[in-house]
Design a protein around this ligand. Structure first.
Ligand code: S3P
Length: 431
């Protein structure tokens, strides 16, 4: 560790840490169908959000950048069908949420994506939308391209078979645009940003135990929306500070949504010195500031029931586990196989390449911490996945000059300012 960098300083939401990606998608979509103008502050500037914005623009929605804010003009006077297909790049959230939206609107269009997105399962949204009467067709019933001939849908009562916030949100959005009451039952809780933002807009939504009910076609007014910092983005730097020596980091204005902040609880249970201050509610979402110090970490076991709430953080948690004393077991990671890459394989492959003792058993991942040190000139295969790329860049702080990721390009999808943040905080080992 004696050559490792230190991490020191402060990262602020928006100027440093991007606005939460999930809330940003929902803010664009919900504001686009309000009956008056909305002002959105702190929108994530990644490519994925650009894809959602462009898709909405292609049917006639109108947005305008005004300094640090985005103005969304609300329900377009005329909806149009785009003349060419809508390319959603790498963005699974755009693909799933917009399939729900467009199915219920009078538009005809085709959604496409890049090679990775085209291999991700879309049947989980297509099947229930077809039950609502949607005229949609996915390639081999499962994948993009999806052809949509939008038309009025029928409400359904549907128990979602996989814990997926994208699936839940696609159906809630379709329900919002459908006459009658749509009911979604969610056995395992997943991120609830759609529900919170709908309630903030005044859209009639009720939650009773595991059942979410939405009454469709109720007009609602535009709002001022302030998006907190993305906790999944913040987690890279929290782990950076924990695993590097003499580090001390402040993060301000980060989402403290209880279905998103579990990564910080797990890191605290691993021995991480993480203090949370100034908890507050902003536009219906919990927000807090975080202070982090270098820490000795210990192995941990997480359960399958925790996986949906840690789903985007397993790559960076695996780096924490590799630096911890003892073994970590992350259980129930089957859904990781369907992310921007097969993340279970990507983590296993790269940590094994670095010489660590790692194994996958069923859907569980075992990592023996501190079981090796990377060799020189180690090439990390990101598999075109932004979170794998950022996780191994953070790991590289411990091994300056000894490991290199194969491509940085995909980081633009969610965290365009990642390298600026890193440079701003990195204190050279020789200082
Ligand atoms: C997201 C939900 C999660 C997450 C993705 C964003 C969302 O996907 O992995 O990065 O914004 O709803 P699933 O709901 O498919 O697990």
């Amino acid at each position: 560790m004696k050559n490792a960098f230190s991490i020191k300083g402060t990262l602020n939401a928006h100027s440093d840490i991007p606005g939460d990606k999930s809330i940003s998608h929902r803010a664009l979509i919900l504001s686009a169908f309000a009956s008056s103008k909305s002002q959105i502050k702190g929108l994530n500037q990644g490519l994925d959000l650009l894809k959602t914005r462009q898709a909405l623009e292609s049917i006639g929605c109108y947005f305008q950048d005004e300094g640090p804010e985005l103005i969304s003009y609300g329900y377009p006077p005329i909806l149009q069908s785009p003349s060419s297909s809508i390319f959603l790049g790498n963005s699974g959230t755009s693909a799933r949420l917009l399939t729900g939206v467009f199915s219920a609107l009078p538009v005809m269009l085709t959604l496409t994506g890049d090679a990775s997105l085209s291999q991700r399962p879309m049947d989980r949204v297509v099947i229930p939308l077809q039950l609502m009467g949607a005229k949609i067709q996915a390639a081999t019933g499962k994948f993009l391209p999806i052809k949509i001939k939008g038309a009025p849908l029928n409400p359904i009562r549907y128990e979602i078979p996989v814990p997926s916030a994208q699936l839940k949100s696609a159906l809630l959005l379709a329900g919002m645009l459908t006459k009658g009451t749509t009911k979604i039952i969610e056995e395992v809780p997943t991120r609830d940003h759609t529900e919170r933002l709908m309630s903030y807009f005044g859209i009639p939504l009720t939650i009773k135990d595991k059942e979410i009910s939405i009454s469709g076609l109720a007009p609602y007014q535009g709002k001022h929306i302030f998006i907190p910092g993305d906790p999944s983005a913040a987690a890279f730097f929290v782990v950076a500070a924990l695993i590097t020596p003499h580090s001390h980091l402040f993060l301000k204005g980060i989402s403290w949504n209880p279905l998103r902040n579990q990564v910080f609880t797990v890191l605290q249970q691993m021995g991480g010195k993480i203090h949370v201050t100034n908890p507050r509610i902003v536009c219906g979402e919990p927000v807090a500031d975080i202070e982090v110090f270098s820490s000795t970490l210990y192995g941990i076991e997480t359960l399958s029931s925790q996986a949906p709430q840690l789903i985007d953080e397993f790559p960076i948690l695996s780096i924490a586990a590799a630096c911890a004393q003892g073994e970590s077991i992350f259980r129930g990671l089957g859904e990781l196989r369907f992310k921007e890459s097969d993340r279970l394989h990507a983590i296993h492959y790269n940590l094994s390449q670095c010489g660590y003792v790692v194994r996958i058993q069923g859907d569980d991942l075992y990592i023996l911490g501190q079981s090796n040190r990377p060799k020189h000139n180690l090439k990390i295969d990101t598999f075109g996945d932004h979170r794998i790329a950022m996780s191994f860049e953070i790991f590289g702080l411990l091994h300056p000059g000894r490991m290199k990721i194969d491509s940085k390009e995909m980081i633009q999808t969610s965290f365009p300012s990642f390298y600026q943040c890193l440079e701003h905080l990195k204190i050279s080992p020789s200082r």
